[in-house]
Structures are given as structure tokens and as C-alpha cells.
Design a protein around this ligand. Structure first.
Ligand SMILES: [Zn+2]
Length: 245
């Protein structure tokens, strides 16, 4: 009898222990969260199956999630491991260096999803074009986004003809956009937000034209429909990206 009681106590204790552990796991928010983190990354097959139009749609929907404060929770370490042996990004984004334009977050993208080339004033030179040719012709991205942003300091400095160290030469790449806006009807100064925005948009268009001229490789990819080049404008006040025509 005594032996049986001991066995019964042991069994009951074990059951409580198991229930205790299970409950603990269920109520642990970190463990529950881990189950919903996105671990998926772009693969060669996924990249090949996406059309430029679908990629643009993905970027627009990602930006909508950013604007609505609804970014995809990601298991970044799982994505790091999953992309160690290769990358198959869907797009190249050429952006300003402005710290208020966090490109991956702006489009709700994770590890291995997009190439990002950044330079103050988002213009192209030999190096940015070489990087973009690599991203498209070699690594298979099918969309190039040139993204300017509201109140761009580099564009303002080009308007104000700032002369300072290496900044002077850099601004000369943005000046054509100031010239393109010469017929702007209104106050042509950095005090006028609308005017600055107009120059920013002209700078995006100028960058795209420059890309077509100086990269026969990208121009051909675009002609063949293998790559789509899109201009975009990021609003610092809302986080919203507007694609330009
Ligand atoms: Zn800027």
C-alpha cells in the first residue's frame, strides 16, 4: 500500500510538472512571437518568378505597411543564415544618405531583399552606375527605383551654390536639376518648400535620364522589358513614397 501511494504521488507530481512547463511556454510572449517572425528570404526561383510590375506593387504595399506602422516582424538572424550563400534581391534603390530615409524600413524589406545605393542627392556617377549594373545585369534585380525626398539638404545646398571641400564637386552633379527648374513660377529659393520639391523631382528625372545615357547596359535591359526604372519621392512628414510618372 505504501509503495502504491508513493507511485501515485510521483505520477501526480509529474503531471503537475508537465502542466506547469506547458503553461509557462504558452504564456511566454517571446516564444509566441518567435513563431510569427518572418524567416523567409528571396530565392533564385522566387526572384525569377517575379515580374517588374509585381515588384513595384510589393514596394508600394511595403511602404503602405510602413506608413501604417505595421512593419513585418522578422527573424533577422534566420534571414542572415538563409542568405549566407547567395542573394537574389528584387530591386535596386538609389537614395539620398539622409538619415530620415531608412530605405529598407520604408519599403518593409528584410535581409537580401533589395540593393541600396546611397549618395547625398541621389545622383548617378560611374560608381553608382556600376553598382546598379551589378544589381540588375549580374544579380538579377528587375526594378531600379531612384528616390528623392522632401527638404533634401543636398538639393538645397545646390540651389544655394554652397562651396565647401568635396561638397562643391558633389553638388555640381545636382545643379542640372536646378537649371531644369529655371522656369518655376514662384519664389526660387530654399525658403519655398514647393520650389525645393520641384527641384528634387527634377533631380530624380535627371538621374534617370543620366542613367539611360551613361549606362547602355541598363538602357538595353529597360528597352527589352527586363528592367523597369521608376522615380519616387519620399515625404519626410508622413513616410509615404509617391511614385513619379
Ligand atoms: Zn537628401
Amino acid at each position: 500500500m505504501k509503495k502504491l501511494s508513493l507511485i501515485a504521488i510521483a505520477v501526480v507530481s509529474a503531471v503537475f510538472l508537465i502542466i506547469g512547463c506547458t503553461n509557462k511556454n504558452n504564456t511566454n510572449p517571446q516564444m509566441n512571437q518567435e513563431k510569427t517572425l518572418n524567416k523567409e528570404v528571396l530565392t533564385s526561383d522566387k526572384q525569377a518568378s517575379l515580374s517588374p510590375e509585381q515588384i513595384l506593387q510589393n514596394l508600394k504595399e511595403g511602404n503602405e505597411r510602413f506608413v501604417n506602422n505595421n512593419l513585418t516582424p522578422r527573424d533577422y538572424q534566420a534571414q542572415v543564415k538563409a542568405t549566407t550563400d547567395g542573394q537574389y534581391p528584387e530591386a535596386v534603390v538609389i537614395s539620398c544618405i539622409d538619415s530620415r530615409v531608412p530605405v529598407e524600413q520604408v519599403f518593409d524589406k528584410g535581409v537580401g531583399d533589395i540593393f541600396v545605393a546611397r549618395v547625398a542627392g541621389n545622383f548617378v556617377n560611374e560608381d553608382i552606375l556600376g553598382s546598379t549594373e551589378y544589381g540588375t545585369a549580374v544579380a538579377g534585380s528587375k526594378v531600379i527605383v531612384v528616390m528623392g525626398h522632401k527638404s533634401c539638404g543636398a538639393v538645397k545646398a545646390a540651389i544655394d551654390d554652397v562651396q565647401m571641400g568635396n561638397i562643391t564637386a558633389m553638388l555640381s552633379k545636382i545643379k542640372p536639376a536646378v537649371e531644369m527648374t529655371a522656369d518655376y513660377d514662384g519664389e526660387q529659393s530654399t525658403d519655398n518648400d514647393d520650389y525645393v520639391t520641384e527641384v528634387v523631382k527634377n533631380n530624380v528625372n535627371h538621374t534617370i535620364e543620366q542613367m539611360r545615357e551613361d549606362s547602355p547596359m541598363i538602357a538595353e535591359l529597360e528597352r527589352n522589358g527586363d528592367v523597369v526604372i521608376a522615380g519616387a519621392f519620399y515625404d519626410l512628414e508622413t513616410g509615404k513614397v509617391t511614385f513619379l510618372d
